[in-house]
Design a protein around this ligand. Structure first.
Ligand code: FNR
Length: 354
């Protein structure tokens, strides 16, 4: 792990209520996938290319829904006000200042309109995407989509890896079920049928996705895809992009490490839509490896929460700066000028030779 990120994590551990630290840090089951997401990156190496005569580097990436000044976006995570009083407002300001996208979760503790306003107060062109779980009551889904559109979000991210809640042992041991008094999931107010809670439902299907897509003109990303066949179906159902993710090891503890699932999804998609990876990215080298394996960008979840807890917007800004700086350095060491120079032939599995 990048040493700066490790320091921020330790600072976060020191300031957070241990129950909330464990909510952020923990995973499902025996936390096998949680560990594997990071370990799998350490099993991969990058072959440097030499004498390529490239003096400058450009880290910009264009994705459906926004331009990123670095190929790292902020993955959707719930309840930022557990980490810092400003919550998602601070995260949004930092992401906008870094020139990247915040994917704001439906389970945010600040309403989406206020999140987008915070980002745009820093940069009038900032892109915020809205993450949601397709709800079995489609009137609720449609209402959430409409709120995101009205707020000015530039893409939707539909998370599909959660037909049921993952069982988090640390939360069960602490008895952590509800937000403390004074905090709420602000997007879940005044919904059709008086719905207040996000419902995970195994009955949600591709038909729901098709109908959701018809309700909006925003680019729609599908998050939580690991099987190549699902990636192909996603393209056939008209998504704008696919996020390879095992939810940071918080859903199935039998899932493969995210980076290990990436190449097959990239091959299946075959360039028709961009692929983003999240899970276990803890340094600029991990960003470079993911891009070399075909990701257009990566998402980071927990490191952003560490930065937020440690130092609010400044801490999130530090996380993004560290990742940008280290990625830029690794790209230079590989003789690259821009992310497209990172190609799969550079990736080697340690211990197996070239
Ligand atoms: C998440 N993640 C997540 N994903 C999502 O689609 N909706 C959500 O509400 C949440 N909530 C959430 C809470 C917390 C505390 C964590 C740590 C994660 C998953 C997230 O978007 C992303 O997939 C992972 O966090 C990526 O892994 P790393 O970067 O945390 O290793």
């Amino acid at each position: 792990m990048n040493t700066g990120l490790a320091e921020l994590r330790e600072k976060a551990r020191a300031v957070l209520d241990p129950v909330h630290y464990d909510y952020y840090a923990g995973g499902v089951g025996d936390e096998v996938v949680l560990g594997e997401n990071e370990a799998a990156f350490r099993r991969l190496a990058l072959l440097p290319r030499v004498l390529r005569g490239r003096a400058t580097r450009d880290l910009t990436v264009d994705l459906p829904g926004g331009r990123l000044r670095l190929p790292v976006l902020v993955a959707p995570t719930a309840f930022h006000r557990l980490a810092h009083p400003e919550g998602e407002v601070a995260t949004a300001r930092a992401a906008a200042a870094a020139g990247t996208v915040l994917v704001s979760g439906v389970a945010s503790t600040v309403a989406i309109g206020d999140v987008v306003a915070a980002a745009r107060s820093v940069d009038a062109t900032a892109s915020v995407w809205f993450q949601l779980y397709p709800q079995p009551d489609e009137a609720v889904t449609a209402c959430l989509v409409e709120r995101a559109e009205r707020a000015g979000c530039t893409a939707l991210v539909v998370t599909v890896d959660s037909p049921v809640f993952g069982r988090h042992r640390r939360d069960a041991e602490h008895g952590f079920h509800d937000l403390p008094a004074g905090l709420a999931t602000e997007n879940m107010r005044d919904l059709p049928g008086g719905v207040r809670d996000i419902v995970m439902s195994p009955e949600v299907s591709w038909d729901h996705l098709d109908r959701l897509r018809e309700t909006t003109s925003l680019p729609l990303w599908l998050k939580g895809v690991l099987h190549p066949r699902d990636a192909v179906l996603a393209v056939e159902h008209g998504v704008a992009g696919v996020v390879v993710s095992n939810h940071g090891g918080r859903q199935s503890d039998l899932a493969p490490a995210a980076v290990e699932a990436l190449p097959a999804v990239v091959d299946a998609v075959a360039g028709r839509v961009p692929v983003v990876l999240d899970g276990g990215v803890r340094g600029g080298g991990d960003v470079a490896v993911a891009l070399a394996l075909g990701a257009a960008a990566v998402g980071v979840g927990r490191p952003v929460l560490w930065g937020l807890a440690a130092d609010g917007a400044a801490g999130v800004g530090r996380v993004l700066d560290l990742l940008r700086d280290e990625f830029d350095h690794v790209l230079a060491l590989c003789g690259g000028r821009d992310p497209a120079d990172l190609t799969r032939d550079l990736v080697v599995t340690r211990g197996r030779g070239v």
